[in-house]
Ligand binder design. Structure first.
Ligand SMILES: [Zn+2]
Length: 466
């Protein structure tokens, strides 16, 4: 076979163009563990910017902080505007009201759920009715009218979050349709020091929103015991609600290292810049933010750029609307056929175990091969059903998605609560997670082959997963 002139030329260029050292993954790993900046950066973000509720001055400060940080690393960085909801917390308190099973008034530890409206200034006082599932809530029918519906559950480990979270995201709307006066949702937490854990609730399908609050695990147990004795009434006062106007201008923050051979092929590495307001968003998702920043910084320091472009995207508004993720997919729609993968880190600061993957047939096997340099770190594992909330719209557009798979044993002890602060982070674990992100970003950008696109193989056709 005689090579065509263009093939001959490309072979010649390939022979003379600089190529990265074969041990680049090991270099990235070593440099990130030895002199990485992820931990120091997270301290800076949480201590100097603090809470980053979407649409708040803290979120605006975080956008400026991230842009400054990328530029300080010598990277090409920019922002892309996103219109976001501007919901605010206010006064919040609740108490048991004497009568029925309640002998004496006692305060309850509560916090408003994101998107909840306020109560009247005098609060709402109503009888509590307990349910443990959306089905039980729907079955209340007329019994929900005028009541405070209490969503109880028994989430005992982080693995239960996905299912239990439905009670928080959909439960209040379900009972609003039945005429409930309000909703109390047991915190989605695996440990608690009587602190309530907030989170988003959605009003899709509800005629009108009703006041909705999370209650601490201890107070959920108290309500459950009292309800076994007889009727329980609770007074709830919330001052939260949407600002005027109800939206604000904010931004995603991006930076990239251009690919040396195929700059139009892009590997997105991502996390979300916004956080809930009760803590300082250290594990959710400041940790992911600094991992992504460190991964790109280390890749930029290599003598030769990877074959493809690595683009860091720090999304705004993951927590209560996903506007940043949706905006990115819309704005970059024409480029998405060239997006070879999107990776998100949004599972805390715990040690890395590997990657969860959603790609076409053979995708998991390829990621397992690319993750081999991470085996010594304990981060060479691969599991199915990957991705992250912000990159869901990219997944919908056919882009293969990965989630950084981490040890989340303690993540839901602190998640969405006042306890989500820097002191919960184990520095060596965060550094290891940053290294795993950097190595996988490099590997996806440098591998000769692309991850297969398309839906994952049907369960019946895939080999049994250990
Ligand atoms: Zn998160």
């Amino acid at each position: 076979v005689i090579p065509s002139p263009s093939l001959a030329l490309s072979l010649l260029l390939a022979a003379t163009a600089p190529v990265p050292p074969a041990d680049t993954p090991a270099r990235l790993l070593g440099a990130t563990l030895a002199d990485g900046q992820a931990v120091a950066r997270l301290a800076d973000l949480t201590d100097t910017v603090g809470p980053r509720l979407t649409g708040s001055p803290g979120a605006a400060a975080a956008v400026a902080w991230a842009l400054r940080g990328f530029k300080a690393d010598g990277l090409e960085a920019w922002t892309e505007p996103v219109t976001v909801p501007a919901w605010r917390r206010g006064e919040e308190r609740a108490a048991l009201v004497p009568g029925g099973a309640v002998a004496r008034a006692q305060p309850l530890a509560v916090t408003a759920l994101g998107n909840s409206p306020a109560t009247p200034a005098s609060g709402v006082t109503a009888e509590v009715i307990e349910v443990r599932s959306l089905e039980e809530a729907a079955a209340l029918g007329e019994r929900a009218r005028g009541r405070l519906v209490f969503f109880n559950h028994s989430m005992g480990a982080g693995q239960g979050y996905g299912d239990t979270a439905q009670l928080r995201t959909r439960g209040p709307a379900a009972v609003a349709r039945l005429g409930a006066a309000g909703a109390l949702v047991r915190s989605l937490a695996t440990a608690t020091l009587r602190d309530p854990h907030t989170g988003m609730t959605s009003w899709t399908g509800a005629a009108a929103p009703i006041p909705a609050a999370a209650v601490s695990v201890e107070d959920a147990e108290l309500l459950h015991r009292l309800l076994a004795r007889g009727p329980v009434r609770v007074g709830l006062t919330l001052g939260c609600g949407f600002a005027t106007p109800p939206t604000a201008e904010s931004a995603n923050v991006l930076a990239e290292v251009r690919g040396r051979e195929r700059p139009g092929e892009v590997v997105v590495i991502s996390a979300h810049l916004d956080s809930w307001d009760l803590g300082t968003g250290a594990v959710d998702d400041g940790a992911g933010v600094v991992m992504v920043m460190e991964a790109l910084r280390q890749i930029a320091r290599q003598p030769v750029a990877p074959r493809r472009t690595v683009r860091a995207v720090l999304f705004m508004n993951e927590e209560n609307g996903l506007e940043g993720g949706q905006d990115y997919a819309r704005r970059h729609a024409a480029e998405l056929p060239g997006h070879v993968a999107a990776v998100e880190a949004d599972a805390g600061a715990g040690r890395p175990l590997g990657f969860s993957v959603t790609a076409g047939e053979g995708g998991e096997a390829l990621v397992a091969r690319l993750a081999r340099p991470l085996t010594g770190l304990g981060a060479g594992g691969v599991t199915g059903h990957g991705g992250g909330a912000d990159i869901g719209p990219l997944q919908d557009a056919g882009v293969p998605v990965l989630g950084l798979w981490q040890d989340t044993t303690r993540y839901f002890d602190w998640h969405h609560s006042a306890a989500d602060t820097f002191d919960k982070v184990v520095p060596a674990e965060l550094s290891a997670a940053a290294a795993a992100m950097g190595v996988m970003a490099w590997q996806l950008a440098e591998a000769p082959e692309r991850l297969p696109r398309g839906p994952p193989p049907a369960p019946a056709a895939s080999p049994a997963r250990r």
